[in-house]
Design a binder for this molecule. Sequence first.
Ligand code: TYD
Length: 223
Amino acid sequence: MSGKRGLFISFEGLDGSGKSTQIARLAETLTARSLDVLATREPGGSAIGKRIRSILLDSRTAGLSPRAELALMFADRAQHIEEHIAPALKAEKIVICDRYTDSTEAYQGFGRQLGAQVVLDLHRMLCQDLWPDLTLLLESELGASVARARNRNQSSRSSEGRFESEDAAFFRRVHEGFEKIALRETNRIVRIPAGTIQNVEAQILGIVDSRFPQLTNRAAVTR
Ligand code: TYD
């Protein structure tokens, strides 16, 4: 994509790494500066994507092949980009997305062992080769974050447990996958060490403001 556009920020990390809390806080802070923010997520960022998400995450979706899983992740993303992300960027909004193609590389490429290349090839073909301007990788201790995700899954009695019920070896591969991606994408990806909610929030805001100083000279809430 070319021409003037908004900003695209993605959040990545293991299940239970605290992305959704941090996304809500960042969106709130930027909105309070009168900036136009679209906070969204994958899978499930569009109406069609919500239906794809329910197939992907439902623990009753037994026997979904890794390649079919990969294709559904990209079907969700292609729809999400065309319907929401690209138009929002064109309208110069700030798009904050909970997971994007790095998740596909980490979970399907490394976790399911389909390899990184097929993910990057599909991204180029199906996603207009659109990459975030900045990706915040929330680091978390492997065991703790998986336990938190499992708990959350059980306590909400949701049926969205297909990934959470994977074994430790799967999550270890995903974790290592994220590390490899971060080492390759040093310009785009910033790793955020785990900490308290307030501490992580402050680190994130510091990075966003130093990367995008145009976001800082906005008057605080005028509404
Ligand atoms: P979600 O409930 O959104 O989890 P979280 O809050 O931890 O992000 O579930 C998304 C699940 O889908 C998560 O386990 C990661 C997985 N996933 C993939 O395997 N590949 C992908 O490309 C994406 C976007 C998500």
